[in-house]
Design a protein around this ligand. Structure first.
Ligand code: CAA
Length: 306
């Protein structure tokens, strides 16, 4: 099964000081992805999170915040896990590919960050419930749910099987429901929460050969706006990001001749990078974004202006 957006993490025994972290991560943050990803041959080299100009590596916007990421073993989820950890968050990651999850966990731990992997299939409600319980047992609560796990099963309607429809809907939309359901009571009880869901340009504009994926991602956008209304009076923000074509394993699976045509329609002239999505996620979770809820942030190189 193509699991382009999966990853995981957990808390390290000891957390380094800010200066130690800055020293470690400033030089080695990219290496976390490099070692973990390139060695595994999963093509994340171009998804590294470089230090932003100035100070990102020494900023601790998410110190002691607890962040859960579905599908954190690769792609956008993996890069986001590293980005959150380098800014002080305790991260838990779920995904079905344990080897990759452990790799992320070790890589983050090696730079003084805190991450724990938990094996869970987001389609299975009980798995996701256990993931939340695991997070609470490790860190005492959860502050952020980043619903990132997603798959594709592309094919025209003539070839689209019910199985491929169900797998994509159950993972991409059902997984988001399962996670929010499991996390919601805790967020309500504490009067604080941040939810970020990964939608898609193809949920906004549609895409030939993707009735399943487009339906699921369009559903994510509606889900986000509905849940945001429930969360707003309770201190919980709920937002979505609609990535365009990002240089991850998921997009690498698109036939080259098709991808060339798609690229030619991206005004910025290139695929996006996973860290360009991760930066959006971090923005939506940060204190600065407390007034942003129910929004969909399009990050697509100008391919679809919505
Ligand atoms: N526009 C018009 N016609 C198209 C077409 C397109 N984009 N793509 C294929 N066709 C035509 C073919 O030429 C063919 O025509 P004929 O029958 O006349 O020969 C017909 O459609 C059927 O073609 P196939 O038998 O090859 O169709 P298929 O069922 O095997 O599906 C496909 C092929 C899945 C659509 C393939 O073209 C493809 O992978 N397209 C890309 C889909 C895509 O963009 N996926 C995004 C994945 S990444 C992602 O989703 C992340 C994100 O959020 C952006």
């Amino acid at each position: 099964m193509n699991e382009p957006n999966e990853a995981r993490a957990s808390p390290s025994a000891s957390r380094g000081s800010v200066s130690r972290r800055a020293a470690l991560i400033g030089s080695a943050g990219a290496a976390v992805v490099g070692i973990a990803g390139i060695a595994a041959g999963i093509g994340v080299g171009s998804h590294e999170v470089p230090p932003a100009p100035g100070t990102v590596s020494s900023r601790q916007r998410f110190a002691n915040k607890v962040v859960m990421i579905t599908g954190g073993t690769s792609g956008i989820g993996r890069v986001a896990a590293i980005a959150f950890a380098r800014e002080g968050a305790h991260v838990t990651l779920c995904g079905r590919r344990e080897a990759l999850g452990r790799e992320v966990e070790r890589g983050i731990g090696a730079t003084g960050g805190t991450a724990r992997y938990f094996r869970a299939d987001v389609r299975v409600e009980a798995d996701v419930q256990r993931f939340v319980e695991f997070t609470a047992s490790q860190f005492g609560r959860l502050d952020v749910a980043f619903n990132n796990a997603g798959i594709t099963r592309d094919g025209t309607m003539r070839k689209m099987s019910r199985v491929n429809w169900d797998q994509v809907l159950d993972t991409n939309l059902g997984g988001c429901f399962n996670m929010c359901k499991a996390a919601w009571e805790g967020m309500l009880a504490r009067g604080f929460g941040r939810v970020v869901n990964i939608g898609s340009i193809n949920g906004q504009a549609g895409q030939y050969g993707q009735v399943n994926y487009a339906a699921a991602k369009s559903g994510i956008h509606g889900f986000t706006k509905a849940l945001a209304q429930e969360g707003a009076p309770k201190g919980i923000t709920v937002n979505a990001i609609a990535p365009g074509y990002i240089d991850t394993d998921m997009v690498a699976a698109v036939p080259p001749e098709v991808l060339d045509k798609i690229k030619s329609r991206i005004p910025v002239g290139r695929l996006g990078k996973a860290d360009e999505i991760a930066r959006g996620v971090l923005f939506l979770v940060a204190d600065d974004a407390g007034f942003v809820t129910g929004s969909t942030m399009s990050i697509n190189g100008g391919q679809h202006m919505y």
